[in-house]
Write a protein that binds this ligand. Structure first.
Ligand code: ADP
Length: 831
């Protein structure tokens, strides 16, 4: 029982009881036995939904309460200032999980534990977190905090790595691996608690982390796994369940219907979670399954679902939103990474509340988010993989994690996870491959060059290694080194990487001594892949060298371009705008803004003159580099995950590429350089999406044009904002004007054209309201402060509260809208 664990702080056991936790689950008890509440490091390899989070909480709470007992890395015993307690860090693999875990841990605030989640920019040091006892963050965020020298990192007494089996992931695994290494170097006595799904080689992870091991197959609720074929499911325990599929019918629908019909006497209907391999399939599946769920709804449920559907429509006005609302109204939903975060959590909550009966999801839902279901149907066990060149079977580990979502403790007698087979051969294969099979062993991906490139630079820049020898020693303490038997491989790749970093001016090598250059430090702090930084610097330098030629081309093209009947007449960048707005407005912005930058004068450049006087009006001096050029530049870096070209795109973007070639910052590859040209076009597609966004094209139009979800637009916009922010600093670093970059960044941040930048920067305004205010003749903050209230109110469509909030934010003395009538249509029009 929790109250029998002496190390737990007062009140914890009572609180757990209140939450329905009377007994520890066996793996939790084993963890306590192994010393997790006494500061012992531990690897817990336990099935999904078997209470791993509580193991972490027991460790963190007791560590914080116990405080610092080991001597610290600098030899002192007492923490400098701050609370005398310990400090715990919980590392999650996904941002969405950070918020979820933070909300979960907030229950400990009543007992005096301060909890904080570290989100936001990668280049901040998050100083406020120094006062928190428990901090939640992604591994990328922790890595960047270390790079930026966050002082509180040295005070950590406990670190938890959630889903540590993801060190196997080529994309993000190395960051977690290296970050754990750094935290252990900084805090030699730190307790490491690593939570893992059941994997084959948890002992190797434990060896790497010098940790105790709890390796268990125990689950709080029985799980039956099986395969549906023909008219029945055969389970691993030999039992069979008839689930007939009518002629031409679909087994998924039959299985969902069967779970809802249920045979439980207490009419406790069973929900289903259907895993499919793409977003499009998730939506299509939900659309079909709503006909299955609908007849099972009660009138009361129908009413509540209608409310939920309205709430979903309220979040955003897009086609995805509409489709989701339609499905949800009938009790079915879909879930994938393209959904807006608000949509995702509405779906998760309604599914947990058993209001939504069936969710069709991509595997992101299986990773982490706690959404148990009576039945899990793994419909697609293969996924398209470009590198593999076709449909590739999913990893056993991944399928097991999906299956592990089956069975709601306290609600279901057992969980059922079902794979689907079309013929007897496939049935046998699926049993072999997934039902009987053990998950793959976890293998470090650190020795891949892109990962090492980033981490070697950061390791040197943040002082973890000053020589080649120290670097190799640091890398020698990674999981990779624990696992590899290929001696010399790590050393060879490391040397290649050092040569690359040296060649690109990020590192200096002097007789074995290593040091980061000024640019190298900046790149590390900005959290860029060095290859991204090199690409950006090249692009900016290219712009500088080819400036006059490009400007001439842009000015000359302007006329014919403007006349074109292209669908996208909105692409203002090349229309020879007589205001030549970029430089002038950007400089206004920088003096009005909160971070004046001495480089803004840009006096060294011939074009810098236009920052002072009014624009020439001749039409031959457009902003350069243009927003599109900069968007394309950041879109072709490895840090921006690109849009793929779909059928028809190649033609469309080839055409666009030649039309706008003079704006692109680099030489367009020839069409015969197949791969490079293709990449160039994919980047252009991404850039064009960003340009549409910054040209105020409706979200809905963008999702249609590019075949993406609203969540993807957000993702691209955030990444572009970060990369352009980095480009702005790199420009300064290499002596180029950062001004056009800053303007492009602001435009993408607010999703507006340049004339709205000032207004859209006011809190509460946003892109649509800024445009309406502008059209009503209110163009600046000052205009907003002085404007006729009735005009403001009309532009804001009569929303008084909104209008008051906005006027308050812009510093108006008397923002009250009491007694103000909307101006009628005549009075607000301006000449
Ligand atoms: P995991 O992280 O292993 O996937 P979770 O930690 O999310 O699993 O636990 C799944 C559910 O089990 C949670 O709702 C949690 O509150 C509950 N739970 C955990 N431990 C216990 C326990 N000892 N007794 C009852 N319920 C528990």
């Amino acid at each position: 029982h929790p109250e029998e664990v002496p190390e737990l702080p007062a009140g914890v056991a009572d609180r757990l009881r209140e939450d329905g936790i009377d007994d520890l689950y066996p793996p939790q008890a084993a963890a306590v036995e192994a010393g997790v509440t006494r500061g012992e490091s531990l690897v817990a390899s336990v099935p999904t939904a078997s209470g791993k989070t509580l193991i972490a909480e027991l460790a963190m709470l007791s560590s914080v309460a116990r405080g610092v007992s080991e001597p610290r890395s600098d030899g002192s015993e007492e923490p400098p200032g701050g609370s005398p307690g310990g400090k715990a860090l919980y590392i999650v693999p996904l941002r969405a999980l950070a918020a979820e875990k933070n909300a979960e841990f907030e229950r400990w605030e009543a007992l005096g534990f301060d909890v904080g989640v570290s989100t936001g920019n990668y280049d901040a040091d998050g100083e406020w977190l120094a006062s928190r006892d428990i901090v939640v963050a992604t591994s990328e965020k922790v890595d960047s905090l270390v790079r930026n020298g966050a002082a509180w990192i040295d005070d950590l007494t406990c670190v938890v790595a959630d889903e540590v089996h993801l060190v196997d992931d080529a994309g993000r695994g190395p960051t977690l691996e290296v970050t754990l290494g750094k935290l252990r170097t900084l805090n030699p006595g730190i307790q490491v608690v690593a939570l893992s799904a059941t994997v084959d080689n948890a002992d190797v992870i434990a060896e790497w982390l010098d940790a105790e091991l709890v390796d268990s197959e125990w689950r709080p609720i029985e799980l039956k796994t099986g395969v549906h074929y023909g008219n029945a499911v055969t389970f691993d325990d030999g039992s069979r369940r008839e689930v007939p599929v009518d002629a031409g019918g679909r087994p998924t629908a039959a299985l969902v219907d069967d779970a809802l019909a249920g045979d439980a006497p207490d009419d406790d209907q069973g929900s289903s979670l259907v895993f499919v391999n793409s977003r499009r399939n998730a939506e299509a599946s939900a659309k079909r399954l709503r006909d299955v769920t609908d007849p099972h709804l009660t009138d009361d449920e129908r009413g509540r679902l209608a409310e939920l559907a309205a709430e979903i429509r309220n979040v955003s006005d897009t086609e995805t939103s509409d489709t989701l609302a339609e499905c949800v109204a009938a009790g079915a939903a879909f879930h994938h990474a393209g959904l807006a975060p608000e949509h995702r959590s509405l779906v998760e909550d309604a599914f947990r509340d058993r209001l939504v009966k069936c969710v069709s999801a991509t595997p992101t839902l299986a990773a982490g988010v706690n959404t148990p279901s009576r039945r899990v149907i793994v419909r697609d066990w293969r996924r398209y993989d470009g590198e593999y060149g076709g449909m590739k079977p999913l990893d056993v580990l991944e399928v097991h994690q999906m299956m592990g979502r089956a069975g709601r403790p306290g609600l279901d007698p057992y969980g059922e996870a079902v794979l689907l087979a079309k013929n007897a051969d496939t049935r046998d294969e699926l049993f072999e491959r997934y039902v009987w099979a053990d998950p793959e062993p976890v293998r470090s991906k650190l020795a891949a060059e892109p990962a090492l490139r980033t981490h070697v630079l950061a390791t040197v820049a943040s002082g973890f290694a000053h020589t080649r020898e120290e670097l190799l020693e640091f890398l020698g303490r990674t999981l990779y080194a624990t696992q590899t038997d290929e001696s010399g491989r790590l050393e060879a790749v490391t040397d290649d990487v050092l040569a690359y970093l040296d060649r690109n001016g990020f590192l200096e090598r002097d007789d074995g001594a290593l040091s980061a250059t000024s640019v190298g430090h900046t790149v590390s702090r900005l959290y860029l892949d060095p290859m991204t930084a090199a690409e950006i610097i090249d692009g900016l330098e290219w712009a500088e060298t080819n400036r006059s030629e490009a400007v001439r081309a842009l000015g000359g093209d302007a006329g014919s371009e403007g006349d074109g009947a292209a669908a996208d007449a909105s692409t203002g960048a090349t229309n020879g705008d007589p205001e030549a707005a970029g430089f002038r407005r950007a400089s206004e912005l920088s003096t009005a803004g909160d971070d004046p930058d001495p480089d803004d004068a840009a006096g060294s450049e011939p074009d810098g003159d236009s920052t002072d006087g009014p624009a020439t009006g001749s039409g031959d001096d457009p902003t350069y580099p243009t927003a599109l050029g900069l968007f394309h530049l950041v879109s072709r870096t490895p840090d921006m995950y690109e849009l793929y070209l779909k059928s028809g795109d190649r033609e469309r973007f080839t055409e666009l590429c030649y039309e706008r070639e003079s704006e692109l910052l680099g030489r367009t590859p020839s069409e015969y350089e197949d791969v490079r040209f293709e990449e160039w076009l994919s980047a252009l597609k991404t850039a064009k999406l960003l340009e549409d966004w910054a040209d105020e094209v409706d979200e809905d139009r963008i999702t249609e044009r590019y075949g993406v979800g609203p969540g993807d637009i957000r993702g691209k916009v955030d990444t572009a904002e970060w990369l352009l922010g980095a480009a702005e600093q790199l420009a300064g670093e290499v002596g180029l004007s950062p001004i056009p970059v800053r303007e492009a960044k602001k435009r993408v941040e607010y999703g507006v054209r340049e004339e709205l930048l000032e207004l859209a920067g006011v809190r509460g305004v946003g892109r649509k309201r800024a445009r309406r205010l502008f059209e009503a003749g209110i163009e600046t903050r000052a205009d907003l402060r002085d404007a006729d209230k009735s005009v403001v109110l009309r532009a804001l469509r009569g929303r008084r509260k909104t209008a008051e909030r906005i006027l308050e934010n812009v510093g108006r003395q008397d923002p009250s809208m009491d007694g103000i009538a909307k101006a009628d249509s005549g009075s607000s029009s301006t000449a």
